[in-house]
Design a protein. Sequence first.
Length: 215
Amino acid sequence: MVRLELSLPVRFHTETRFKLHLRSRVGAGRQVANEIPPLPLNKTVVEVFADFLSYLLECASSYIQDTHANGADLWASVKDQIDFVLSHPNGWEGTQQGEMRKAAILAKLVPDTTAGNARLSFVTEGEASLHFAVQNGLPTGAMKDGDGVVIVDAGGGTVDISSYSKNVGEAKDTFEEVAAPQCQTFQSSLLKKSHNFLQATSMARYSLPSMHGCS
């Protein structure tokens, strides 16, 4: 007997900038409400975030198991001991972190227990960018003698601006903020949209050629 199995095509929904649905609804967050793509039907932002985190965890698991010697055993030995650090825009606090924690638990990154929650922590984009800059290319002497540095993380969702100085005389390298961090929702996607609008308006008015190199 021949058994035939019919499979229906899988439909995927591409979601972008979903993290901005976690933003505060007051202040600057209200200004971009109409610019953020809506969430998939019958999906909350926590569920979409959980799908994304689950996908990342699955990719990491597959990579470790496929590329390392005894990868399956290695993954089994560490998967329940991983400490996760999730980054978020400057200015996001308890409310947004609470929603991200729910997403991490839903994605099964950690169990919803005291020990599980202890393996999950958060860092602002500014702090994460400072660590990256210190380890990867911050000019030697940029923060000597109490001088500060301004770090701008111009991302697809937000523009985060942070300023730090290095504590002089400390045994270990420690840093402190020298001004309140800022987070602007004028992300690159909105800037590009505005650029395209201005370009189209200029070409229509002055018959200018298209500038394909601009982005």
